[in-house]
Structures are given as structure tokens and as C-alpha cells.
Design a protein around this ligand. Structure first.
Ligand code: SF4
Ligand code: SF4
Length: 220
């Protein structure tokens, strides 16, 4: 059922994880997580974000449509959204962000840039996350993805804020320094997304011993 739903909505990457396996006292909660890819022209135009903002708007609408379809098609379950679950379970305080859930569901690894790096699109994805308060009868995909950045330092080398290093990522540096071409504050210049070789179609599938390694499941 859920597979068909994702196919109908052209969701190329998705996974399901049981929260009870990750966080204490969350038995019964399950999380469905999925990715929609950014338009490559919008990524190529970064740090100019006019195209990207349009792309984000379109993907937000598609994400809402997928949520609506899940709630409708799986009406036997009680669905809740990240912010509501966060109020109850304090997910953010525990470091359980949407990208961490996507990682735990097998969609990718957390890269040096702190972005989720997927096998199909690298970091060029928008995430969707929805929870149920009931045990799902769907097959869990969690713990099926492993990967790391290996010796790659491409995003660290291009980052204008110096926010990325071999073993750490400083979100405050990213937020403080980045401004757009008009000098206005933004939270994301996107260069780390743009240059990641895992998001580059030419490089995907040609991994070398020093490249990030990918073993992913949950691909539709
Ligand atoms: S968005 Fe830009 S400033 Fe922030 S970490 Fe990525 S490359 Fe650095
Ligand atoms: S650019 Fe390289 S180091 Fe940065 S996230 Fe992508 S694979 Fe990892």
C-alpha cells in the first residue's frame, strides 16, 4: 500500500523507522520519512536563491500532498507531525532531527556538511517526515544504510564561512556569515550542497576507494 502511494506521488526515496528502537519510552511511535529531489538547475544557480526558493515552494506543496495521501490511504493509523511529536518527546533536544530520522530509516548518512547524503541524489533533497502513534504493519527499513565521506573535503574547501572541518560542523558560523548577493541574511548559501560529489549525477556510481561509500536500502 505505502509503496504504491510513493510510486503514485513520484517519491524516489523513502523509509520507515520504529522510534522505540532509537529512543526510550517511545514504543508505538513509528516514523515514515521520504525525500524529494531539488531541481538541478536550482542547485546549479546557488548561492543565488531565486530558482531555489521557487523549487522549495513546489517541493513543499508536493510534500503536503504526500502527507495528505498517507493520512487518507492509511486511515487506520493516527498520524502526527514532527513538531507535535517533538513537543511530547523532545526530539530536537535529543538531537533527533528529520535528517537523523532519515538516516536511521536507511536513506543516507550525515555528511561532513551536516546534510543528509543520499545514495541517489547526494544532499540535493527535501525531507518529509510523518509519525504514527500506532505500531505500523509496514516493513521497517531502518539501519540498512551505511556510508561516510571518506577523504572527501570538497564542501569544507568551498564553505565561505569556514563552518566545515574534517571532524566537525559549526552551524553558528554558517548562520552568522552567510549573506546573499543582496547582502541580506540567509541561513543557507547552499554551496556545500552544490559541490558534493554525491549529488553530482556524473560522479554517482563511480565511487573510488577514497570516495564516500554507500550501501542503501529503502529506495523505491
Ligand atoms: S551553507 Fe554555505 S556557509 Fe553554510 S555550511 Fe554550507 S557552504 Fe558553508
Ligand atoms: S562534499 Fe564530500 S565531505 Fe562534503 S558531504 Fe559531500 S561527500 Fe561528504
Amino acid at each position: 500500500m505505502i509503496e504504491n502511494l510513493f510510486k503514485q506521488h513520484e517519491v524516489p526515496l523513502w523509509g520507515i523507522v520504529s522510534l522505540g528502537e532509537i529512543i526510550e519510552h517511545t514504543d508505538g511511535y513509528s516514523c515514515i520519512t521520504f525525500c524529494l529531489p531539488y531541481d538541478s538547475a536550482a542547485v546549479a544557480a546557488l548561492p543565488d536563491d531565486d530558482l531555489m526558493n521557487r523549487c522549495k515552494k513546489e517541493l513543499s506543496e508536493r510534500t503536503r500532498a504526500v502527507y495528505k495521501a498517507i493520512v487518507k490511504e492509511c486511515s487506520e493509523y493516527r498520524f502526527v507531525f514532527y513538531d507535535d511529536v517533538d513537543k511530547e518527546l523532545k526530539l530536537r533536544e535529543k538531537g533527533i532531527s528529520q535528517k537523523v530520522l532519515a538516516h536511521l530509516a536507511g536513506l543516507g548518512w550525515i555528511g561532513r556538511s551536516s546534510l543528509l547524503i543520499t545514495s541517489k541524489f547526494g544532499p540535493r533533497v527535501r525531507l518529509g517526515t510523518i509519525f504514527t502513534k500506532d505500531d505500523l504493519e509496514f516493513k521497517f527499513t531502518g539501519h540498512l544504510c551505511s556510508g561516510d565521506c571518506g577523504d572527501c573535503m570538497t564542501c569544507a574547501e568551498i564553505c565561505p564561512a569556514g563552518a566545515i572541518s574534517k571532524n566537525s560542523y559549526d552551524v553558528n558560523k554558517c548562520r552568522q556569515i552567510v549573506t546573499d548577493a543582496r547582502g541580506e541574511y540567509r541561513t543557507f548559501c547552499g554551496l556545500c550542497m552544490q559541490v558534493c560529489p554525491q549529488g553530482n549525477a556524473i560522479n554517482r556510481g563511480t565511487l573510488t576507494a577514497n570516495s564516500p561509500r554507500v550501501l542503501a536500502a529503502g529506495d523505491a
